[in-house]
Design a protein around this ligand. Structure first.
Ligand SMILES: Nc1ncnc2c1ncn2[C@@H]1O[C@H](COP(=O)(O)OP(=O)(O)O)[C@@H](O)[C@H]1O
Ligand SMILES: [Mg+2]
Length: 624
């Protein structure tokens, strides 16, 4: 007993203020320490193991990935993940299991592996494991009990259990792990998972490991490991279906490289294929999508050896390797919305993918590298590969839930890539602008047609431009042909353009010039010509998004997408906006021709410039 604890009055002040659900075993140990001066363990297992349940995985899939990581690192070539749902609807239970055909663990390794901090790879940064906690914390994040079975030959299975309730009710000061149990077959609760179809997906899609428990011992690999977490109480989704769907979507991307190298990964008995968000791998799922002509992105540039200090201002460096891709925008842009969104996952912000030792640890928008989230960024992809020696620089933490790159590391990468990233974004922008102006297949836009019809009802007529003699008519045609050349759309022949321009009094054309006002009005050969500047925020933030909505909604006609009502609304809005501009064009043309003075011209010119600038300033505010 030491001096401080001799005065019994002082104990009163140190009564633990534990909550009512705190573990009784831990309370007993703590009281003994306080009252009797027992030795204090570094970790108070009874409480610590419970707290570890909250280490924080983003979701069930990312917790399961810890186990898949371990299987892959051990050298497994087949990994099977199960969400076993049982019991009545609404009150069902879900067990999670991960089975692999790796080398398994001998009993003493299994015992070490069950301890927190216990690892065969501690601080080894060349593989996936490093921290010695994943298997335990990830399992407890899902359920209160972890059972591990591991065998190096058939019929000799060692097993250990971590049971949070059991540990926290233990009254011993120092909790020790028991010896592994030896058994000759898996217990039937676990074994039954491998011999019957799961509740999801449908039975035909499932490729069972075995058909009966007798059969199972034959079918099970010679060596392997089974992680079993019965009756999970903390899963991010309720049903086997949503759990399996989420895991499938994520893991097909996270392990794309391993899948590409031949790893067989099953989720609820369905084999999953690689999904490559950069659309480079030709073994990935997108290659099979029907109607996809181009299946590969363009590699714009790659930087195989970017030196990054392992610590800010440190001398030691590690290597990051970066690749910049541009998706095949020309051939994909007009694909149905459903294909783009669901099959290609184009609108899921998968711009920058971080791969740590070949396994994706994060994907998302990283404004410092990809630029901000915007429709022009949808078509670019960055892939950043690094190894564990850059964990600090990229902010990879114990639970490997993503990255938090340090500013200095991002700055170094940005310096290398920024010009090329800008180039890709600019190219996309121009493509989209060009597409918008030619997007409408019908030759006259709805707005041009209506504006012309409405001319009969306008109080002030536009000046007529008529050719009476044959001579004049020929000259006019000649001039219109010349005009047509300047207004020709990329999918039109010279004659198409001439015909269109001849029959329409209103013409809309586009121009890309960052230093120019957002519109321009011209009256030539009796035609009101409106030019819209595709480089101005008026276009990028209003006109183009609106025409995109109108086009998409038209496309979704009839296939159960957006209801037809919304479609009509989208194109009506676009037509309305176009008429706003055409009426301005008409008014200016009309005023200039009747009272056409140099003064008026100057006034319109100034108005156009000033209005454009102030609109630009305002629209740019909304982007901050
Ligand atoms: N599926 C498995 N096959 C073989 N060994 C495994 C498997 N899962 C875990 N292990 C062993 O358990 C140890 C602890 O795993 P874990 O807690 O995830 O820490 P880490 O992966 O950082 O080493 C690993 O180092 C490995 O030796
Ligand atoms: Mg691990």
């Amino acid at each position: 007993m030491n001096d401080q604890q001799q005065n019994p009055d002082e104990f009163e002040e140190f009564v633990p203020q534990w909550g009512s659900t705190a573990p009784k075993g831990g309370r007993a140990v703590l009281n003994r320490i306080l009252r009797e001066g027992n030795k204090v363990p570094l970790f108070l297992g009874q409480t610590f193991v419970r707290s570890l349940r909250d280490v924080g995985y983003n979701n069930t899939t990312s917790a399961i990935c810890e186990h898949v990581d371990n299987s892959i690192q051990a050298g497994a070539t087949e990994v099977r993940v199960y969400f076993n749902q049982s019991g009545p609807k609404g009150a069902h239970e879900v067990d999670v299991a991960i089975l692999d055909n790796g080398p398994g663990m001998p009993p003493h390794v299994l015992q070490v592996a069950m301890s927190f901090g216990g690892s065969m790879y501690y601080e080894n940064r060349s593989g996936i494991g490093r921290f010695g906690v994943g298997m335990k914390t990830a399992a407890l994040a899902m359920g209160p009990v972890l059972e591990v079975y591991s065998w190096q030959e058939r019929g000799t299975i060692y097993s250990m259990t971590l049971d949070v309730e059991e540990i926290s009710s233990s009254r011993t000061n120092l909790i020790e792990l028991p010896e592994p149990r030896l058994m000759d077959a898996l217990p039937s609760q676990a074994a039954s998972i491998f011999t019957k179809p799961m509740a999801f997906p449908k039975e035909e899609a499932q490729d069972l490991l075995a058909f009966s428990e007798d059969d199972l011992s034959e079918r099970m690999s010679k060596s392997g490991t089974l992680i079993f977490i019965p009756n999970c109480d903390r899963l991010s989704y309720k049903t086997a279906r949503t759990l399996a769907e989420h895991a499938t979507r994520e893991m097909s991307r996270i392990y794309r490289r391993q899948l590409g190298d031949g790893l067989r990964l099953f989720i609820n008995n369905r084999r999953i294929e690689a999904f490559d968000p950069t659309f480079w791998m030709q073994t990935a799922r997108h290659v099979q999508i029907e109607g996809l002509q181009d299946t590969r992105s363009k590699l714009i540039n790659s930087w195989p050896e970017i030196q990054i200090p392992t610590e800010e201002n440190g001398k030691q460096t590690g290597i990051a390797s970066v690749r910049l891709y541009m998706l095949p925008i020309e051939s994909w842009y007009d694909l149905p919305r459903k294909t783009l969104a669901n099959d290609l996952q184009l609108f899921s912000d998968q711009l920058v993918s971080f791969m740590r030792n070949g396994r994706e640890v994060h994907i998302g928008v990283v404004p410092e590298l990809s630029g901000r989230r915007h429709a022009d960024a949808v078509w670019l992809r960055l892939q950043v590969d690094f190894s564990g020696d850059l964990d600090e620089a990229f902010g990879v933490a114990m639970n490997k839930q993503g990255v938090r790159p340090k500013k200095y590391a991002l700055d170094i990468i940005r310096e290398h890539i920024k010009d090329d990233v800008t180039r890709v974004r600019e190219k996309t922008k121009e493509f989209r602008a060009a597409h918008t102006r030619t997007g409408q297949k019908s030759h006259l836009s709805e707005a041009e047609r209506i504006a012309q019809e409405a001319d009969a009802l306008q109080s002030k007529p536009l000046p007529a431009y008529t050719a009476t003699t044959e001579e004049e008519r020929r000259a006019l045609d000649q001039n219109l042909r010349t005009l047509a050349l300047t207004l020709k759309r990329h999918d039109e022949s010279d004659d198409d353009a001439f015909e269109r321009i001849k029959k329409s009094r209103y013409l809309t054309t586009f121009k890309h010039d960052p230093y120019w006002p957002f519109y321009h009005v011209d009256f030539q050969l009796g035609k009101v010509i409106l030019t819209v500047n595709t480089a101005h925020p008026f276009f990028t933030q209003l006109y183009e998004p609106l025409s995109r909505v109108a086009v998409q909604e038209d496309e979704s006609d009839g296939d159960g997408g957006t209801p037809r009502g919304a479609s009509a609304e989208g194109s009506d809005l676009l037509t309305g906006l176009q008429m706003l501009l055409l009426s301005l064009a008409r008014t200016q043309s009309q005023m200039l021709s009747s009272e056409g003075s140099a003064e008026h011209r100057q006034l319109f010119e100034n108005l156009r410039k000033e209005w454009s600038d102030s609109l630009k300033t305002q629209l740019q505010m909304t982007r901050r």
